[in-house]
Design a binder for this molecule. Structure first.
Ligand code: BTN
Length: 263
């Protein structure tokens, strides 16, 4: 697809889109990272619901400074949110993003997607989507949250990052999916899960996330820069932090890290 046609077609898509959460879409043919751009705009005061979407990203960012390979055919966008919540509650927005993608895949295709703590949407144990939450807060609460979503929609798997055990929906299905139909569903689902969040329906969101996660009961190793914790993933707390029961029976809370299934 040519540069102009993607940008023009996507602007038309947004003009016709009726998802109240999406207030001000900005569309690019190529960006370094939609999250980086969204952060810049959020710091300049951009309103809640500003969406930055790009056809490709040159330096797509994953968690823990990884690269999110972002060739043509994938969905890459970030949305600026200004929730009135405590910083520890904002972590649940990762679940909001993962659930929106999970539900869209589940509605579109018979692929039994699942969610690995905290934000990987996977098909047959391979990652098809990730969510990157970046935020700023002060003593008064959250200043902004940038929720970035990357989905490997229509692409060969050999172009995908080797640092993730990755797949794409088109590879798993053997056909390409309609970019705009899929994007519309993701944004619609995001709107609906975010509405639960803003209404304070956090227990419901956690339940919903638990229902679709395959992490519980798994033997996990969670690696962060500070430490590595091993044990059985037993639950998540009200902020979405993972509770791991170690072999001594102690329950440890993991606030962030890379979760690996083993054993
Ligand atoms: C992860 O699982 O590590 C998170 C991946 C998040 C990728 C998306 S693509 C759109 C947005 N812009 C970025 O630079 N990253 C996120």
């Amino acid at each position: 697809m040519s540069e102009t046609s993607f940008v023009e077609q996507t602007k038309t898509f947004f003009q016709e889109l009726d998802v109240p959460m999406v207030q001000k879409p900005l569309v690019f043919d190529s960006l370094s990272s939609t999250n980086a751009k969204a952060k810049e705009l959020a710091q300049q005061g951009a309103q809640e619901g500003t969406v930055i979407l790009s056809r490709t990203q040159e330096q797509g960012r994953g968690r823990f400074d990884r690269t999110w390979t972002s060739p043509e055919g994938g969905i890459y966008f970030s949305i600026i949110l200004r929730p009135t919540c405590k910083p520890e509650q904002a972590t649940l927005l990762t679940f909001v993003g993962a659930l929106a993608v999970w539900k869209t895949i589940d509605d579109f295709c018979d692929l039994a997607p699942s969610i690995k703590w905290p934000n990987d949407v996977r098909i047959r144990d391979k990652k098809v989507s990730g969510v990157l939450l970046e935020s700023e807060s002060d003593s008064a609460g959250m200043k902004y949250v940038v929720l970035g979503i990357g989905i490997n929609l229509n692409m060969d798997i050999d172009v995908l990052s080797k640092s993730f055990h990755a797949t794409s929906l088109s590879y798993e299905l053997g056909i390409n999916l309609d970019y705009y139909r899929f994007l519309k569903e993701v944004l619609t689902n995001l709107h609906s899960y975010y509405a639960h969040f803003t209404l304070g329906d956090h227990a419901w969101l956690l339940q919903e996330w638990k229902l679709h996660s395959d992490t519980f009961g798994k033997k996990v190793r969670v690696e962060s820069s500070a430490k590595t914790i091993e044990g059985i993933a037993s639950d998540v707390d009200e902020s979405g932090f993972l509770l791991v029961t170690t072999k001594t029976g102690e329950v440890k809370k993991v606030t962030s890290g890379d979760c690996i299934y083993f054993g």
